[in-house]
Design a binder for this molecule. Structure first.
Ligand SMILES: *Cc1c(COP(=O)(O)O)cnc(C)c1O
Length: 364
């Protein structure tokens, strides 16, 4: 079965082998050298001042950021993950303003600007770069730039869990950039990370909050290449391997090519791309027969692709593009979908999807 869900993603053999070494104690020079290497590589990759790695899934880092950086956030909610920021704020009685959109529509820079100018007490913005609920790309870079021009001290919290390792992110105006191990890093779930700006470092010093997710305590330890609590050692060893084997420029180029070629191929057989501004991490298709299509893909064509959540549960399907994916696997996905449509009597198979995919893959 090929795993084509937008997280978790398949882990390459070399990374799995690296993680198979005997258990290392986390307070040893040997582990500290893996940790130091990952810190250095993450800072270089994200182009940020500092970074923290936490033993949690991505939501743990989201919670730590809301608590540390937000007193009155504007939360952009265009799907399940934006909604999660709001739920975290509610859980801690943090007052917030929510900008809610349809899951296929990214709010405009102007709509965010309007809210900021009407609510001068907003001190932070929480937003997904890619909102994975619908595969929607937010224009985070432009929103962050505009927000900083109004208030240089506003903290921009960007959930980049399905953007880091997918595309080169312009972090000039981002203060906290959140990542997770099980998406484009191709690692098992269990480690989250936060890239930090100078402003974020100032806020961490000033806001000594929480216990397990106390970023001040973590920062103090991690600057010495250790962690406050037990590190997710195997995942960090896997991450070190990722940096050894991953040619990031090639990954960005190929991910983009896969995403664009998949979108063209599926459009060519009459399918509807769901989001108005699609992210590169995944292709989301809107189809009334999503359940039947996914069932056939799984049972007949050995393809595990994701459905939707909430009101879109049975109406969309999502195909992952994150990580390192061989072209013969990516082209099999569009072939499988075209075959499934034929089988359901929706469209006669003529190989169009594969043809358009391959014609476009190398041109993008
Ligand atoms: C996967 C994901 C997360 C993290 O979810 P966890 O289940 O906590 O790993 C957060 N944001 C986005 C956009 C995601 O895709």
């Amino acid at each position: 079965m090929l795993l084509f869900t937008p997280g978790p993603t398949p882990s390459p053999e070399s990374i799995r082998q690296a993680m198979a070494i005997p258990t290392l104690h986390h307070r040893t020079k040997e582990f500290e050298s893996y940790f130091a290497f990952c810190r250095e590589k993450l800072i270089e990759m994200l182009k940020m001042r500092d970074v923290l790695m936490l033993a949690s899934s991505g939501s743990g880092a989201m919670e730590a950021c809301v608590r540390t950086f937000c007193k009155k956030p504007l939360i952009v909610n265009s799907g399940k993950f934006g909604e999660r920021f709001s739920k975290i704020a509610k859980a801690y009685n943090i007052d917030f303003i929510e900008l809610k959109s349809e899951w296929d529509t990214a709010p405009s820079v102007d709509s965010v600007e309007k809210i900021l100018s009407e609510n001068k007490d907003i001190d932070s913005i929480c937003i997904q770069i890619c909102e994975s609920a619908g595969g929607l790309r937010h224009n985070v870079e432009a929103i962050a730039k505009m927000a900083k021009s109004l208030n240089p001290k506003i903290a921009i919290i960007a959930d980049g869990i399905t953007a880091i390792g997918v595309e080169k992110i312009d972090t000039t105006h981002i203060d906290a950039l959140i990542g997770g191990s099980q998406k484009a890093f191709m690692l098992p779930p269990g480690m989250s990370l936060i890239g930090l700006s100078d402003l974020a470092l100032e806020l961490i010093e000033a806001n000594d909050v929480g216990f397990y997710f106390n970023l001040k305590t973590e920062l103090k330890n991690q600057r010495k290449n250790t962690t406050a609590w037990t590190s997710p050692t195997s995942i960090i060893i896997g991450l070190a391997k990722y940096f050894e084997v991953a040619d990031l420029e090639a990954i960005y180029r190929e991910t983009r090519a896969r995403a664009k070629a998949t979108q063209k191929a599926l459009s060519a057989i009459g399918l509807k791309i769901y989001p108005k501004s699609p992210a590169l991490a995944m292709t989301t298709i809107y189809h009334e027969d999503s359940v039947a299509i996914r069932k056939l893909l799984k049972e007949k064509y050995a393809l595990n692709i994701a459905g939707g959540q909430d009101h879109l549960k049975e109406l969309i399907f999502r195909i992952n593009h994150m990580g390192i994916i061989p072209i013969y696997e990516a082209s099999w996905v569009v072939n499988g979908i075209e075959l499934a449509l034929d089988e359901l009597g929706l469209r006669k198979f003529d190989g169009t999807a594969n043809k358009v995919f391959l014609e476009n893959y190398n041109r993008i």
